[in-house]
Design a protein around this ligand. Structure first.
Ligand code: GUN
Length: 293
């Protein structure tokens, strides 16, 4: 069993990106710029933003964080998005989700110029991805693909079972893994809340990817011997032994499942770190126009 070290992969890729940025700057170009809008003061969103800002620094990017109060109107938020759409010094930007309930998230996503949509959430990017065309791809599924690639895990012809059908992870991951490419070329099954025979399906998985947000959902009896197990779950569970009062918990019962795997991602330190790196790769792509080639 090999543990997939997401931190190590993330460090390697950030170094590669920073070298490319140095080349761009040496040739008279400017540093890629990723901006972000953060609405409100949600603890999880604040810590994600901190990680993204730090990753920008490590890659040699410019970054800006635009804060808006939780009572901001949808019109005010969209006006700010319009500004970023038009600002030529901004290569890409993101709106940290979730947004307050009074704001229509889809309307906000669709207000982003798809050529600056570093999160890959705009319907044009989603559609282009489904067609296998150059585009921005969402960070979390891209992170999973980076791990499969960097560990040289065989994917062609493999049965990949995905747990969860969210727009951010399950659906785009299924789309990526069926493409005729590496990583990809898989037979993909997507399980969700209405799937009656989940265990029967997971036991057929050569590659099992869980993105449910249900701590400990994937147990030993659900995993085929030698399977590759990727855990996208990151749920904060109360933990009084930690100073901050919580710890991150994956979807997989790591202790009991890992002895049966060929590869497995831990939580934390698996998919999480490469997710941020995937956003950095999108920003580099935006700055070099690679998303429209
Ligand atoms: N909230 C949770 N994941 C994400 C993400 O990938 N992008 C944004 N913008 N918000 C998120």
């Amino acid at each position: 069993m090999q543990i997939i070290d997401g931190k190590k992969v993330a460090s390697e890729i950030k170094l590669e990106i920073s070298e490319k940025v140095q080349q761009i700057v040496a040739m008279g170009g400017r540093r890629p710029n990723l901006s972000a809008i953060l609405v409100g003061h949600d603890g999880g969103s604040e810590s994600y933003m901190m990680m993204k800002t730090r990753a920008c620094e490590e890659c040699g990017f410019e970054s800006a964080l635009i804060r808006m109060e939780p009572d901001v109107t949808q019109a005010e938020l969209i006006a700010k998005i319009d500004e970023l759409n038009k600002d030529e010094s901004v290569d890409g930007f993101i709106i940290q989700l979730p947004l307050p309930k009074h704001i229509d998230e889809q309307a906000v996503i669709e207000a982003i110029d798809y050529r600056k949509d570093a999160d890959g959430f705009h319907p044009i990017n989603v559609g282009r991805m489904a067609l296998g065309l150059p585009c921005f791809k969402p960070a979390t599924p891209s992170g999973v693909m980076l791990l499969l690639e960097r560990y040289g895990i065989a994917t062609s012809g493999k049965h990949c079972v995905i747990l969860g059908r969210s727009n951010i992870v399950g659906k785009p991951l299924a789309n990526m893994l069926i493409q005729k490419a590496y990583p990809g070329n898989c037979t993909v099954t997507v399980c969700h809340s209405a799937t009656p025979n989940i265990k029967e399906l997971t036991l057929q998985a050569d590659i099992l990817i869980s993105a449910l947000g249900c701590p400990g959902f994937v147990t030993e009896d659900m995993v085929k011997e030698g399977a590759v197990v990727i855990d996208v779950g990151t749920t904060r569970v109360p933990d009084s032994t930690r100073e901050r009062g919580w710890r991150l918990c994956g979807d997989v019962d790591y202790k009991n499942v890992s002895p049966h795997c060929s590869y497995i991602t831990p939580v934390p330190g698996g998919v999480g770190p490469v997710t941020t790196v995937a956003l950095m790769l999108n920003t580099l792509l935006a700055a070099t126009n690679g998303h429209r080639e």
